[in-house]
Design a protein around this ligand. Structure first.
Ligand SMILES: Nc1ncnc2c1ncn2[C@@H]1O[C@H](COP(=O)(O)OP(=O)(O)OP(=O)(O)O)[C@@H](O)[C@H]1O
Length: 228
C-alpha cells in the first residue's frame, strides 16, 4: 500500500478571509492509524473531503502512490474513491428497506464488481462483525448493529484507506468501544491506513498517531507519546 502525501494544499471558500485548510506538507505512512482532532470549524471535514477526493483543493497535491488525487476530474476521483477508500460516517448512511447483506454489497453492485468471491467475503464480514442474520433489514437494527454494517461495507473491497468521521459519536460507550475495536482490527488485518476524525477520548487513545487542527492548520502531531 502507498503512503498518502500532501504538499502545498490550501482549500479556500468564497466568503472566508483565510484558507479553511492550509497544509504545507504532511505524510501519512501506509498502514498507520491516525486520529484527527480539533474544535468546530478547524477544518476536519475539509481535510476528510480532500483526502477522500470528495472535493478538490484550491492548490496543492494529494498523492497516493502514483496518483495525485487533486489532479483528477470528478468522475476519476469517484472511481478512485470507490476502489481505494472505505468510509464510515457518524450517522451510518445505510439504505433503509435493504438487508444488512444488500447494504454491504450495494456500492460494489453500483460499481459492477460483485462476484461470488465478493459475496462470500460480505457474508464472512457480517459474521466477523457479529451479525448472524444477513437478511435482517437495517431499519430493525440497533445503532451499534447499524454501525457494524457500515464498517463491514467500508472494508468489503479491502480499501487501502479507511476514513471514519466521528464513527462512535452517536453510539453508547460499549458500542463505541466495539466499533473502535473493529475498525482497528480490520484495518490492521488488511494493512490499511486508518484515519478517524473523532472527539471520543477512547477511540483517540487507541490510535498511535494524532493530528490536531486549529483554524485550518496543523497545530500538533503526536506519535506514541512523543509530541512536536
Ligand atoms: N462550502 C463552504 N463554503 C464556505 N465555507 C466553508 C465551506 N465548507 C466549510 N467552510 C468553512 O471552512 C471552515 C472549516 O470547516 P470544516 O467543516 O472543515 O470544520 P470542522 O472542523 O469539520 O467543523 P465541525 O467539527 O463543526 O464539523 C469553517 O470556517 C467553515 O465555515
Amino acid at each position: 500500500m502507498p503512503d498518502l502525501c500532501i504538499s502545498g494544499v490550501e482549500m479556500r471558500f468564497s466568503g472566508l478571509d483565510g484558507p479553511a485548510l492550509d497544509i504545507p506538507a504532511l505524510s501519512i505512512p501506509a498502514g498507520s492509524m491516525l486520529a484527527v482532532t480539533g474544535p468546530s470549524g478547524s477544518g476536519k471535514t475539509t481535510f476528510v473531503n480532500l483526502i477522500t477526493g470528495l472535493e478538490k483543493p484550491s492548490t496543492g497535491q494529494i498523492r497516493w502512490g502514483e496518483t495525485d488525487i487533486a489532479a483528477l476530474r470528478e468522475g476519476a476521483r469517484d472511481r478512485w474513491r470507490g476502489r481505494n477508500v472505505g468510509m464510515v460516517m457518524q450517522e451510518f448512511h445505510l439504505f433503509p428497506g435493504l438487508s444488512a447483506l444488500d447494504n454491504i454489497l450495494l456500492p460494489a453492485r453500483l460499481a459492477r464488481v460483485v462476484d461470488g468471491g465478493l459475496t462470500a467475503r460480505a457474508h464472512g464480514l457480517l459474521a466477523r462483525v457479529g451479525l448472524p442474520r444477513p437478511d435482517q433489514k437495517v431499519d430493525t437494527m440497533s445503532r451499534g448493529e447499524m454501525q457494524r454494517v457500515a464498517v463491514a461495507r467500508a472494508v468489503l473491497r479491502e480499501p487501502g484507506i479507511i476514513v471514519a468521521d466521528e464513527p462512535t459519536a452517536s453510539l453508547d460507550a460499549e458500542n463505541g468501544v466495539a466499533i473502535a475495536d473493529l475498525l482497528i482490527e480490520l484495518a490492521s488485518a488488511q494493512g490499511a491506513t486508518l484515519i478517524a476524525v473523532s472527539h471520543d477520548p477512547t477511540l483517540i487513545g487507541r490510535l498511535p498517531r494524532r493530528l490536531s487542527l486549529a483554524r485550518g492548520t496543523i497545530v500538533a502531531q503526536t506519535e506514541m507519546g512523543a509530541s512536536n
